[in-house]
Design a protein around this ligand. Structure first.
Ligand SMILES: [Zn+2]
Length: 366
């Protein structure tokens, strides 16, 4: 391998980091396809994909062949929010594992793609800010990884990356105008037109999480009020139900029942299930999500007239419980000419969309 190896550095892995790694991370998946030889086969080289979530707590690294197949992948979610230095140290360790020269037969790293859960200036390769953590403002991430891995690097917002992946190899194949909405801890959006990411003038196109949908509404991660993200993100949905349930004992009992007593583990899918089971507080929250998400999406549909809206992220895991009422409301309030052929679907890449997106960014840049 011609690439410069990543130096481990002097930082010892502290017990705090080890303790912070969740059970999932301890069982982190490493996929090696060519097990018969113990070597990864590549004739001309590889690409590397890197995912950094909006809080920095979910990080993934993938090594992929030039046909896009992922040869190795490590995902290490944390149960704390790291600052930028901690996140980059952990990524260094993960890169060292994935790029083990003993596994690489030949070829070198040709491109690095990075999907970041925040405001990214993709033109200049700079992270502008991550609203859910700190230490990332104006961080030159593209140069950082290009130097580390001795290969050209491309960075972009994670919704843009996931959208590109869904269009090239997921639910949006063959579609010309695609709106992707990543409903995670925050809300990201992306517009793909004729196979290309639409970035806008200063690379903030698609930041639909910060659309004002409810004047005087709850506070958003960006500091504003009534933004879509403050109502319909995974964090907003789950924390709203927990907060309201503190004053409604039947709802609190229902949460205990559905989570097996692990109230902190309550998922968005479970909130939707509680609503379906008749819990009035959960129904109120789900209704708010449907109402304000349909308003935001309808406004976007009137502007860009997409053929498909792909919903990704943990909130989309609610599947038809989210999508069917949403589709019905949009049909009600949208001009028929704009919505008659519109499809709203769940992304087909699931929780892999961002890391596959990072790999896709790298491949598209070759
Ligand atoms: Zn906001």
């Amino acid at each position: 391998m011609e690439n410069k190896r990543i130096e481990k550095g002097e930082r010892a892995v502290s017990t705090e980091h080890t303790a912070g790694v969740t059970t999932d991370a301890l069982q982190s998946e490493t996929v090696v396809t060519q097990r018969n030889t113990g070597k990864l086969l590549a004739t001309h080289g590889y690409v590397v994909g890197i995912e950094i979530s909006g809080s920095g707590a979910r990080q993934s690294v993938a090594l992929a062949a030039l046909n896009g197949s992922i040869l190795q992948r490590i995902c290490r979610p944390l149960d704390f929010v790291p600052d930028s230095e901690t996140a980059l140290d952990l990524l260094d360790d993960m890169l060292n594992e994935v790029l083990d020269p003993a596994l690489l037969l030949d070829g070198r790293i040709l491109r690095v793609g990075v999907a970041v859960g925040g405001l990214v200036d993709a033109t200049h390769g700079i992270v502008r800010t991550l609203h859910h953590t700190h230490g990332w403002n104006d961080f030159p991430l593209q140069d950082y990884f290009a130097e580390k891995l001795d290969a050209p690097c491309i960075i972009d917002n994670n919704a843009n990356a996931a959208a590109l992946a869904e269009v090239q190899r997921g639910a949006g194949k063959g579609e010309r105008v695609v709106l992707y909405v990543g409903l995670g801890r925050g809300i990201g959006g992306a517009l793909i037109v004729n196979g290309n990411i639409y970035h806008g003038t200063t690379c903030t196109a698609g930041e639909i999480g910060h659309m004002l949908v409810k004047e005087g509404g709850p506070r958003c991660s960006c500091g504003g009020n009534g933004h879509l993200e403050a109502i319909a993100s995974a964090q907003a949905i789950v924390s709203s139900l927990r907060e309201l349930a503190a004053e409604y004992p039947p709802t609190m009992e229902a949460i205990h029942r559905i989570t097996g007593g692990q109230v902190e583990q309550l998922s968005v899918e479970q909130v939707f299930q509680l609503a379906t089971q008749g819990d009035e507080i959960a129904q109120h929250i789900v209704n708010e999500v449907h109402t304000y998400l349909s308003i935001a999406l309808t406004n976007i549909v009137h502007l860009v007239n997409p053929g498909i809206i792909i919903l990704g992220g943990p909130v989309a895991q609610a599947g038809e419980l989210l999508i069917a009422p949403l589709q019905a409301r949009i049909q009600q309030i949208c001009l028929p000419e704009a919505s008659q052929s519109l499809r709203i679907v769940q992304g087909s890449l699931g929780s892999e969309a961002n890391i596959v997106g990072a790999v896709t960014l790298a491949l598209q840049d070759l």
